[in-house]
Ligand binder design. Structure first.
Ligand code: F6P
Length: 544
């Protein structure tokens, strides 16, 4: 069903019109219970959305969308292993990857996937134990000190983000590096500090055909073979892929290949063997805790009503901001250095999933889908782009994430971090009127002329909506639940927008054109069909 034809959608459009007359500071002044009615807890988490431009009546309408779009029905389809990724004819069963053994089967095409999932986890665990126990030796008999994960997109961003997020849990004697970019500067700078004798590469690629990863893998192989000879490859390369035939062709021993399945989307694959570098970085017990946290969020998502459903609430608020208030972006602002890569990770998860223009019936959509997601760890962002959020005149819904407890307990830091985080959402909500600013400047002793000059610059419109997610502490369990929260948020949005969040055809066209251009750049083809700009750029490179 087209989202904008729901009666609820029309009612929300009217509510949005009415909300234009309201300012968040007036909403808070009018209702001292606002925080109590517009915040929700889950275990020891707190989601405060009282600084969003909603009323309880708006929320009731948004909860209605959950039902009219049949979110519960789509959850059931996902759990039943139906091919909800219809344009690729695939199921989306990442929930199986973090399901504990006792929780029962998950069926795909009539077969329980759980035995294979659990067996692959056990294989990963044995491998991690070998590396950590220094039983796995390189070709010269030395233990491994450095792991280099070579992958891109979903085969990079998840474990990279989580390795940084769980820095407090890192194994002391093993360093995990990540290489993704096709630009040789990425691999070259990582290799510059490493010794082939003690380095192990993980080639991570669902398809094992991705140009960036294959080029980096070939260059890494060359670096190793030059130093240690061809026979060393087996002791220094392992792979993670769904395409085990290609892995074998690359020369990696099938015993050292970790499998996953076509029902796992790349950007939903952190929980599979794609998480191997993370498991090596933080240990397998912590990796299992990550899975347990994600599973706990799955259970919450499957059972909680929309009024209390964290992924559901985040999705409904984003739909309100995007489709009814007209926001075209969302700033993700983790007040956590360790979550510094979360905005990048969520860019892929959210924008590759829901950046779509055609609905599940192949018809053009008449409503906006995923907003542009951007952001940076606080407080760094405060000294960079917050000026625009405060006074740039754009609608920028903000999402603050902060932990009650620090993951690195240095005296004096965490209280200041909390104060900055809460102060920002307060300032964005409240703003400061010209009259307030004038009174403050007069009280500070300025002359009337100075006050008149400066007051407009020092006033803030406020009314900038935000959500704050307060977490207990950044540990593997919490991180797992946090990532699963966003996966399910994306899913709820896709159901309401009536789009497929599990394909990514938009990425393919650029890959096709790059393959067509490569022979022109290396000079084995002429490129007569090129437009004048592309032809001019190629010619300029070839002449230089
Ligand atoms: O960017 C497109 C994409 O297909 C992503 O969805 C995927 O995560 C990434 O490329 C890497 O693909 P692979 O794991 O097959 O190398």
């Amino acid at each position: 069903m087209k989202p904008d034809t729901h009666a609820t959608w029309q009612a929300l459009a009217r509510a949005a019109e009415a909300s234009e007359r309201l300012h968040l500071r007036e909403m808070f002044a009018a209702d001292v219970q606002r925080f109590a009615s517009l915040s929700v807890s889950w275990n020891d988490w707190l989601l405060d959305y009282s600084k969003q431009r909603v009323t309880t009546a708006t929320m009731a309408l948004l909860h209605g969308l959950w039902h009219t779009a049949d979110v519960p029905g789509w959850i059931a389809r996902m759990r039943a292993g139906e091919a909800i990724n219809h344009s690729e004819g695939r199921a989306a069963l990442h929930i199986a990857l973090r399901r504990p053994a006792f929780a029962g089967p998950i069926l795909h095409a009539g077969h329980d996937v759980m035995p294979a999932v659990l067996a692959e986890l056990d294989k990963m665990q044995r491998f991690v134990a070998q590396i950590h126990g220094r039983h796995w030796r390189g070709a010269t008999g030395e233990p491994i000190s450095d792991i280099v994960n070579i992958g891109i997109g979903g085969s990079d961003l998840g474990p990279r983000m989580a390795t940084q997020a769980l820095a407090a849990f890192r194994h002391p004697e093993l360093t995990v590096h990540y290489v993704a970019n096709l630009d040789g500067a990425d691999l070259a700078t990582v290799l510059a500090g490493l010794q082939p004798r003690t380095t192990l590469f993980i080639i991570a690629s669902k398809t094992f055909t991705t140009q960036e990863t294959m080029q980096n893998a070939a260059s890494a192989r060359h670096w190793l073979v030059q130093a240690l000879g061809e026979a060393a490859v087996a002791r220094h390369f392992v792979a993670v892929s769904t395409n085990l035939a290609e892995v074998a062709r690359f020369g990696i021993d099938p015993a050292n290949a970790f499998a996953f399945w076509d029902w796992v989307g790349g950007r939903y694959s952190l929980w599979s063997a794609i998480g191997l570098p993370l498991a090596l970085a933080v240990g397998f017990d912590n990796f299992r805790q990550l899975l347990a946290g994600a599973h706990a969020m799955d259970e919450h998502f499957f059972s909680a009503p929309p009024e209390e459903n964290l992924p559901g609430l985040l999705a409904l608020l984003e739909i309100w901001n995007t489709n009814f208030l007209g926001a075209d972006n969302r700033a993700l602002l983790p007040y956590s250095q360790s979550l510094g890569l979360l905005p990048r990770y969520l860019q892929q998860l959210e924008m590759e999933s829901n950046g779509k223009q055609v609905d599940r019936q192949g018809l053009p959509l008449h409503c906006a889908t995923a907003p542009i997601l951007w952001g940076e760890a606080g407080t760094n962002g405060q000294h960079a782009f917050y000026q625009l959020i405060h006074q740039g005149g754009r609608l920028v819904p903000c999402e603050f994430i902060v932990c009650r407890q620090p993951d690195f307990a240095l005296s004096g830091h965490h209280e200041k971090l909390l104060a900055n985080c809460f102060a920002q959402s307060e300032a964005l909500m409240r703003g400061r009127t010209l009259a307030e600013t004038t009174a403050e400047l007069v009280a500070s002793g300025m002359t009337a002329a100075q006050v008149a000059l400066l007051a407009p610059y020092r006033s803030f419109p406020g009314n900038q909506p935000s959500t704050t997610l307060l977490l207990p502490r950044l540990d593997p369990f919490t991180l797992g639940a946090l990532v699963a929260l966003y996966e399910h948020k994306v899913f709820v949005e896709s159901v309401i927008w009536n789009i497929n969040p599990f394909d990514q055809w938009g990425v393919e066209y650029g890959k096709q054109l790059a393959s067509r251009l490569l022979p022109v750049i290396v000079g084995t083809a002429q490129g007569e069909q090129l437009d004048s700009s592309t032809a001019g750029l190629v010619a300029a490179c070839r002449s230089g």
